[in-house]
Design a protein around this ligand. Sequence first.
Ligand code: ATP
Ligand code: MG
Length: 425
Amino acid sequence: MSKSIQSIRGMHDVLPEESPRWQQFESVVADIMRRYGYSEIRTPIVESTDLFCRSIGEVTDIVEKEMYTFEDRNGDMLTLRPEGTASCVRAGIQHGILHNQIQRLWYLGPMFRHERPQKGRYRQFHQFGVEAFGIADADLDAELILMCARLWRELGLKDIELQLNTLGSNAARQQYRQVLVDYLTAHQDALDEDSQRRLQSNPLRVLDSKNPELAEIIANAPSLLDHLDEESQQHFAQLRAILDAAGIAYTVNPRLVRGLDYYCKTVFEWVTTSLGAQGTVCAGGRYDGLVKQLGGRDTPAAGFAMGIERLLALMEEQQCEFALQPPHAYLIMQGEAAIQAGLLLAEQLRDALPALRLTSNCGGGSFKSQMKKADKSGAQFALILGESELAAGNIAVKPLREQGEQQSIEQAALAQHLTTLINGL
Ligand code: ATP
Ligand code: MG
């Protein structure tokens, strides 16, 4: 036998036993988005490499070393999307749906980054994200944060802390940049290779370094908060006032600069201590300059993205309540005539009872083996259709979980009978 083919390292199957969790997450998300007035957008998984270089920034982890980039058969450079914001902005500009209007969008899907796989860090992972265009005020930033808080509540998640910072206007950041470069240059010998390079190209990113040896230098660095412009200060104050009034707790973390280049003003992360090193479950902020940078008209924008694998892991860790949905009933059929009649009857039941979860036994088998499958399916009842039931126009309803005796029910009355049984569960 030849060696069987495995999935790509860092890219995982969602197995049938796991998919109900994903579906639960997706349905809670879709429901919340509908209630806040956000519309779903679906963009291609492959984009021009340029899109990510121009939006995320050349000197970021993603563009420097994490992208899945390849040349296609036409010689075009393409990239599997590493995140969703760039594609949303690209699509918005391309279809003219951003200018002079408000767009509140959300997306959900796989992202690809060539990172070292470990718990909570994969090469194909999934993000749910939101992007809102056309609103410059801090009330939108607050809405985004309130939406996240609602999602945690409705998923039953606890202990996710909000960290908040503001990056100021581009002008203020330029000024701070010089102060930071002076400070870091004075400590140049202690910087690691990555940070030495960033000191030249993108010094703020040094603050984002995960190297513990740099923790002290970073902690003592001058703070951006001391170099803010008036407008950003007001924006930040308004956001904080709304969050305070809404009872949303947060920590202001002046070192929070985010890995991507395109943020300004508000940035935030939701972090948990329950998942080890990979504790950031959601990250977002304002990126007023990006639409213009990608060739559109000046459009204020803000959004966030969350890692679904990390959130599902957290839900498991915190044993969030979750209703498994085995079938209500399992239909056992014996003999060719009963199979034909049984599948028809099953269709009629599904028409009559839209909430019914009914599994039909396909593939034959003895009565005993079909009963075994019925039990294994987790169903509450077996519906048994053999030759004698067929002749009499009946069906046997057999409780599988110690709920009383088997009953013989007229087929015409079965829908009504099942309604009563299901309502009683
Ligand atoms: P990190 O600092 O953990 O590398 P990041 O800053 O690169 O995160 P973002 O680009 O902000 O992450 O993505 C938003 C969220 O997507 C993260 O907070 C995280 O929950 C999730 N995420 C990012 N990269 C991965 C990955 N490789 N595997 C699983 N989830 C990820
Ligand atoms: Mg990363």
